[in-house]
Unconditional design. Sequence first.
Length: 94
Amino acid sequence: MNEASRFGYLFDLAGNPKALWDARAEIPGFGSVMSLGKTEETCKEETERSRTHLYSELGNISDKKVLEIGTGIGRFTNGLSERALSVVSVDISR
């Protein structure tokens, strides 16, 4: 099954955000949270670039408390917890 057909049914759920996110939550790996149709490797590369950019923009946060909203699968949570005084992560997904 190619990527387009694998994720194609999700586009039918666009009018029902809860159903869409529930369906995406069933997809393993980064594909569940990244743009549909991208390979796992591409998702990992884009995630790493995003992490590098975010952490460099934040600078030294070793004395800061961080509130991470919209955590999703926690792509940034571990890195934040390694850099900050404390981190609270919140997401409405299951």
